[in-house]
Design a binder for this molecule. Structure first.
Ligand code: ZN
Length: 483
């Protein structure tokens, strides 16, 4: 963690006569907010912060009571010692403080007409009204106040999910629409949407993309990072797979730049044309250079969830197989080869294998080459016609598998139709490539055109002209909340 957001606030002193600059809460880059207990609030207790230049500026800009300012402060060595523990966590140093205070509840209940009407039927303990619900005696809150509590608990407890929130709140409090409001808050929280891999609704059925009916009608690109070792300075492997034959091409490189991807696509476009290129959002792919190149070659670029059964799970499995192969080989004691050589050797063999879905060897489907392990003398020459028939059979087999996968994929998803003008979050890269703590989703961005039932043009850029095509499975609706 290299920064924290401090909320500075001008509060009254305990006798109410003077103003004191306080630090009322501290927030982490992951969105956890820690409210400081009263005794730790005065800025004077935070000598390391007072010593910074930032503080001098803040102090000069805060004049009136209740004025506040939230500022990200980079953590130097001293601040790290004060605010982080040895594992770079703040949790231990800033113990979570009671975020709901008694007085606020009393004030809320006094204003609550419903309570005032049925007072006599309620339980009153220490000026707080409780209602008996099943076995629990619950504190009654107005819906408005409960929403504030939902927000505080969610932030203070580091963005716990709906179920956890309900477990925390429901046994103690009751309010109109409490469970519903908890769910709404958790599913629309921007920090949760951008950073959590689970718990969100999934939208968009698998439709209108595939299966491919001929070679290079649809291809997908994936990139895997984290390679290296003593025999190679290269770190990345970029993989292009033809959806019809499953034939694969690779490029290894030091970077993930547009040029690496251009080099990879050229392996195909030098001899064939590509219809549609499916991929995840990577910087090099989402670059002007790469898009210009694709435009020239009339290739449509669509950002989609590559690692879904779209491709009959093709990329993900292939990735894993490849990474495992390279790992095994590299760690063999007798190994003298760089990982890049191992990758290229493997690819050659892989393209000779028979694909379990199509039932044919990849190289045969693409080029008609007989790759069976019969002695050359015994290989039968196949006619062009027979080869084309085999391709038809391969398509039939792919269809069956595609329909089956579609059923499984669609089972946990909601059909979703977006409109022009809707705001959406977009999935960012994929799990094999992302840094562990990168945001999982980015946005929200505006939908500027509906290309088909499943493909939308989204304005993803800070520049006006920047837009991209996204398949519906990459999109998550943005829900505006008024909490
Ligand atoms: Zn959240």
């Amino acid at each position: 963690m290299d920064k924290l957001r401090f909320k500075f606030e001008v509060l009254g002193s305990s006798d109410g006569k003077t103003n004191i600059i306080c630090i009322s809460s501290i927030e982490t880059p992951h969105g956890c907010v820690y409210n400081l207990p009263d005794e730790l609030k005065p800025a004077s207790k935070h000598t390391a912060i007072i010593a910074t230049d930032v503080y001098t500026k803040i102090k000069n800009s805060l004049k009136r009571r209740h004025q506040s300012r939230s500022v990200w402060i980079p953590l130097d060595a001293t601040l790290k010692i004060v605010y982080l523990d040895e594992n770079e966590n703040v949790e231990e140093k800033l113990k979570i403080v009671n975020m709901i205070n008694l007085e606020d509840i009393i004030i809320d209940q006094r204003k609550n007409e419903y309570i005032q009407q049925i007072k006599t039927k309620l339980i009153n303990k220490n000026n707080i009204y409780y209602k008996k619900v099943n076995k629990y005696e619950k504190i009654i809150l107005s819906e408005e106040f409960s929403k504030k509590i939902i927000k505080d608990v969610h932030n203070n407890m580091c963005h716990i999910g709906t179920k956890q929130m309900q477990n925390k709140i429901n046994p103690l409090y009751t309010a109109n629409n409490l469970s519903k409001n908890i769910k709404n808050h958790c599913t629309s929280c921007e920090i949760c949407i951008k950073n959590k891999s689970r718990g969100q609704n999934k939208y968009g059925l698998m439709s209108h993309l595939g299966p491919a009916t001929e070679p290079f009608e649809i291809v997908s690109i994936d990139t895997i990072g984290g390679f290296g070792g003593s025999r190679s300075t290269k770190k990345y492997l970029h993989l292009l797979v033809d959806h019809f034959t499953r034939y694969a091409f690779i490029v290894t490189s030091k970077t993930q730049s547009a040029n690496d991807f251009i080099k990879l696509v050229k392996k195909v476009t030098d001899s064939h044309s590509i219809g549609m290129l499916l991929t995840d959002q990577y910087p090099g792919i989402n670059s002007k250079d790469f898009k210009d190149f694709l435009n020239q070659k009339s290739v449509t670029l669509i950002f989609t969830a590559v690692n879904t059964p779209f491709s009959n799970g093709l990329n993900e499995r292939l990735n894993q197989t490849l990474v495992n192969k390279i790992r095994c080989k590299t760690n063999e004691i007798s190994n003298k080869l760089a990982w890049t050589t191992i990758a290229h050797n493997w690819l050659d063999k892989y393209n000779d294998t028979v694909h379990t879905v199509t039932g044919f060897a990849l190289r045969y489907l693409l080029y008609g080459t007989d790759v069976s392990i019969l002695p050359t003398e015994l290989k039968k020459d196949k006619s062009q016609l027979e080869w084309l028939e085999d391709r038809k059979l391969a398509l039939k087999n792919s269809m069956k598998s595609h329909n089956y996968n579609k059923q499984i994929f669609d089972k946990n998803r909601t059909e979703m139709n977006f409109n022009v003008g809707d705001m959406v979050y977009v999935e960012n890269g994929n799990k094999l490539n992302r840094n562990k703590l990168d945001e999982l989703r980015v946005g929200p961005f505006e939908i500027i055109e509906r290309k088909s039932n499943s493909i939308y043009k989204i304005n993803t850029g800070y520049k006006k002209t920047e837009s991209n095509l996204f398949h519906v499975t990459k999109l998550i609706p943005y829900i505006q909340t008024n909490i």
